[in-house]
Design a protein around this ligand. Structure first.
Ligand SMILES: Cc1cc2nc3c(=O)[nH]c(=O)nc-3n(C[C@H](O)[C@H](O)[C@H](O)COP(=O)(O)OP(=O)(O)OC[C@H]3O[C@@H](n4cnc5c(N)ncnc54)[C@H](O)[C@@H]3O)c2cc1C
Length: 246
């Protein structure tokens, strides 16, 4: 497989850096091709806006990001830092998002990468979402760290179920654009588990990376489970882990 690791941490010697290095080593040894977008090292600009378009805007009176993204993508006039990432995405069979959970989400640089690179016209279009998303056939996986324990991220934990915390990324970013999403690998509070705990995390991550092809993806309801209002049809038991019957 061709694997793209989108990595967001400001410190190369961090635990996230160690996870990224383990992934490069393990996946390369298994014969996969690995490309890394190290967003901090690249100084990636996370702010979407007018400068993303290198030619005249289609509407100079009112700036609509999705409209201008579509027009510039079609015309091949998006900024070169965006198109370079798009090319990596096109080639990738698997995208790994490697990041520390910051404020229950991705670091801003990674969110901004998504805002700019998952542009309308490239990553989504009317009628192309979820089952028919643009990246159908590709896999995505979150590899993350937290500041608190696995217990706090249990379904009854104080921080809430980790799958709920990651839903905006799993469903909103990845599944929406067509990816199948592998279960996340989360190293909980690597700073507080001691050297043995950290070694165990890296070993477990190595093992997970060796099982990519046999790990079933997370469940998302298929289109047929929804009625015309895009709510689950009566009688369909909500089982995505986040949705619930009301
Ligand atoms: C802005 C902000 C918001 C935050 N919001 C949240 C939140 O919403 N929820 C939450 O849970 N947490 C939150 N946190 C905490 C954050 O998630 C954790 O600090 C982070 O996930 C820890 O990962 P790290 O890579 O930064 O760890 P580091 O502190 O870099 O590393 C932990 C330890 O691992 C060691 N290490 C590095 N490499 C190796 C190796 N190869 N082998 C063994 N040990 C190694 C390091 O030396 C260090 O001792 C937030 C933090 C910030 C700054």
């Amino acid at each position: 497989m061709n694997v793209l690791i989108v990595y967001a941490h400001p410190e190369p010697k961090s635990f996230n850096g160690a996870m990224k290095d383990v992934a490069i080593e393990t996946l390369t040894a298994a014969g996969h091709g690995v490309v890394v977008s190290d967003l901090y090292a690249m100084g990636f600009n996370p702010v979407a806006g007018r400068d993303d378009m290198t030619s005249e805007l289609t509407d100079s009176e009112f700036f609509s990001l999705p409209k201008e993204q579509t027009a510039a993508y079609d015309a091949g006039t998006l900024a070169s830092d965006i198109t370079a990432e798009m090319e990596k995405l096109k080639r990738a069979d698997l995208v790994i998002f490697q990041f520390p959970v910051w404020w229950f989400g991705m670091p801003a640089v990674l969110k901004g990468w998504a805002d700019r690179v998952f542009a309308r016209g490239f990553a989504y279009m009317p009628g192309r979402k979820y089952d028919t998303g643009m990246f159908k056939g590709k896999l995505a996986m979150v590899a993350a760290t937290t500041g608190t324990s696995a217990d706090t991220y249990a379904p009854d934990g104080i921080d809430g179920d980790i799958l709920t915390v990651l839903w905006p990324i799993h469903n909103g970013l990845c599944r929406y654009s067509g990816f199948d999403v592998l279960p996340p690998f989360v190293a909980y509070m690597p700073g507080r588990v001691g050297e043995d705990g950290r070694k165990a995390y890296l070993e477990a991550y190595r093992k997970r990376l060796g099982e990519l092809e046999t790990t079933p993806p997370l469940f998302f309801h298929p289109k047929d489970d929804y009625g015309p209002n895009e709510r689950l049809k009566p009688g369909v038991l909500a089982r995505s882990g986040v949705q619930r019957n009301v």
